[in-house]
Design a protein around this ligand. Structure first.
Ligand SMILES: [Zn+2]
Length: 172
């Protein structure tokens, strides 16, 4: 697990979360899963509308995606900071859990395991770009940001590199 220091919230922060679309039943399911993180991070997600609204969720957005931690503060208030491609109120519980825990992990400032400076992964740059452009519809800049960029160990708070961590797959 890797946390990007640059985008870390303060301990005890309460992050307001709102929905730009989707049904109340889906909102309830997402909120319930997202709150799982409160057991592991000193952060609260507030879905009541009483806290500063920093995480804004859009469904049917064509991709699963989230801003990384405090990066969410740099986007206009009417813009979403978290997107879901296909979950809906009748999606299976494991499916909702899988994508919601993943994206809310990003909202806390967590990044994909392949960014670990000690991963030992040596991407074939040209083929990696080619692959993600065709498989995920990424632009070259997207591939740079989501796959190829490198971090120094002092930019991060992390456990040891975990090769069994969830793999980078399309739109995660
Ligand atoms: Zn992801």
């Amino acid at each position: 697990m890797i946390l990007d220091f640059a985008n870390k919230w303060k301990p005890g922060d309460v992050l307001g979360v709102s929905f730009l679309n989707g049904s109340p039943k889906l909102h309830e399911k997402v909120a319930e899963v997202a709150k799982t993180w409160e057991n592991y991070a000193n952060i609260k997600f507030d879905f009541t509308g009483n806290s500063r609204n920093v995480i804004r969720i859009r469904f049917n957005a064509g991709k699963n995606d989230s801003k990384i931690g405090t990066d969410a503060l740099t986007f206009p208030a009417e813009e979403e900071t978290m997107c879901y491609a296909y979950i809906h109120e009748n999606s299976s519980e494991p499916e909702i859990k899988r994508v919601v825990l993943h994206e809310f992990g990003h909202a806390l400032g967590l990044i994909h395991e392949h960014f670990h400076p000690y991963s030992g992964i040596n991407f074939d740059r040209e083929n990696t770009i080619k692959h993600f452009m065709s498989a995920s519809g990424f632009s070259e800049a997207d591939v740079e940001k989501n796959v190829l960029r490198t971090y120094c160990i002092n930019q991060l708070s992390s456990t040891e590199f975990d090769p069994n961590s969830i793999r980078f797959i399309q739109y995660e």
